[in-house]
Write a protein that binds this ligand. Structure first.
Ligand code: FMN
Length: 251
């Protein structure tokens, strides 16, 4: 049996940072979720780390879990990063894992700066630093618990524990369509960073234009990484502070 891996999806680095730190503390390999490379075999530890999207896991993470049937995990843990509330995220994830014949042993959540600038604002830098320190402390605690194979599902507080799962599924079903509303404006220098960085290869440069495709996860990495702040969603994000986790995005 292999020692195991942590599979992650991340838009702006919070979940990648979390997966990386846990990987170091637990001596597990850290792998970006890749639908063309679904893990098989048996592993002592299987971890899944992702951001909360509309009170649930990102669509790509749900699809990934649905394909995990051929993987045998000794101890299975999930860590969700979030900016406000997780709602039914852990219940949805646990049910999906069960369908793939995997029993969730541990689920924890870590609060980070919120990157959903379609509705909210990214906190200012001093607040971000406080949040990152808090996140670091929490990840260290979780690493110890996971190492000891603790069995614990972190619950959501009242009244957010009452948010129905169908709110997540309805919202998430709109993400691809919303992704079609992303546009690069005249500030775009055609540097190609968004094309290279999109985690699902949804952005192309065609005839000197940035074109958004139909498989968007709405991770917002393109909006947050564009050095010219040229990419926006409708009229919702113009002039708003951008965010990339500074511990993993050094440039
Ligand atoms: C499409 C979308 C939906 C989101 N929905 C939620 C949510 O329901 N609850 C929440 O607490 N944070 C929500 N967030 C914020 C992210 O979960 C949070 O900032 C996360 O740490 C980002 O992780 P990443 O840097 O790995 O992408 C949302 C972000 C995006 C892009």
């Amino acid at each position: 049996m292999e020692r195991g891996s942590i599979y992650y999806f991340s838009g702006t680095g919070n979940s990648y940072y979390t997966a990386k730190l846990l990987g170091e503390k637990l001596s597990l390999s850290v792998e970006n979720i890749d639908m063309k490379n679904i893990p098989r075999g048996s592993q002592e530890y299987v971890g899944i780390v992702f951001p909360v999207y509309a009170f649930g896991p990102p669509n790509i993470v749900k699809k990934f879990i649905e394909k995990l049937e051929g993987l045998e995990g000794g101890y299975i843990f999930v860590v969700a990063t979030y900016g406000g509330q997780c709602g039914p995220t852990m219940n949805i994830t646990e049910k999906l894992l069960k369908k793939s014949r995997m029993q969730l042993n541990y689920a924890g959540k870590v609060k980070f700066p919120d990157n959903y600038i379609l509705s909210f604002k990214v906190p200012e830098e001093s607040k971000q630093m406080d949040m990152l320190e808090g996140a670091h402390r929490k990840i260290n605690i979780m690493a110890k618990e996971i190492l000891n194979k603790a069995v614990r599902i972190e619950s959501e507080k009242f009244p957010f524990n009452l948010i129905p799962e169908k709110i997540h599924f309805w919202s998430a079903s709109r993400f691809r369509k919303m992704g079609k509303e992303l546009k690069a404006d005249s500030k775009c220098t055609l540097c190609g960073l968004c094309v290279r960085n999109c985690p699902v290869n949804n952005i192309k440069m065609i005839d000197k234009k940035i074109v958004f495709g139909v498989v968007c996860e709405l991770c917002l990495r393109c909006i947050h990484t564009c050095p010219e702040e040229s990419i926006n969603y409708k009229n919702k994000t113009q002039g708003k502070r951008r965010y990339l986790n500074p511990k993993v995005y050094m440039d």
